[in-house]
Write a protein that binds this ligand. Sequence first.
Ligand code: URA
Length: 209
Amino acid sequence: MKNIHQVKHPLIEHKLGILRDKETKPFQFRMLIDEISTFLLFEATKDLNLKDKEISTPMAKTTAKELDEKIMICPILRAALGMLESVFKLIPNASIGFLGFQRDEKTFKAQFYFQKLPKDAKERLAIIIDPMFATGSTAIEACDFLKEQGIKKIKFISILGTLEGFKNFNRFHSDVDVFIASIDKGLDENAYIIPGLGDAGDRVFNTLE
Ligand code: URA
């Protein structure tokens, strides 16, 4: 699957080990999500377009570069809010387009309940963020929705995924590049990633029972 890019780095692997550990406290969990997201974004944005810009340093005139791309970051509520700050910090001129999906606890299918895109969304590169790429259902629905809105370029950043999820996803959206830190063994009977890290939203927001 040419569009699925596993970002391999010793620091990512080290941080994933702490992130997965059930003893890791929410404040540290949030910090690790933040750090890993930065690595993934770095890879995902390697091919952004640049244009020349004439500037003066205190010493001389020179030609510098600036991004020649309008970007919309699309966090999938709610777990992706844990990734948003780091991604927004690196691309401060981006717009944010929120997407809300809720998991149907019987079918495990994603149910769409909210969206708030910028008016000029069509002109932007969409970078969807969601820490867990489990069945691929949410990712498929999110890309369907963005494409229906006329968005031409989409990338997806996620932390843990499964082969099963990517195979499902690629039946519909093999044109979307996905950047992922780990491809885990699979899913349990409740469509949770194994070994995974549990419920990402609950761990970010400290709502575990
Ligand atoms: N969502 C989660 O938060 N965790 C999983 O393992 C799967 C989906």
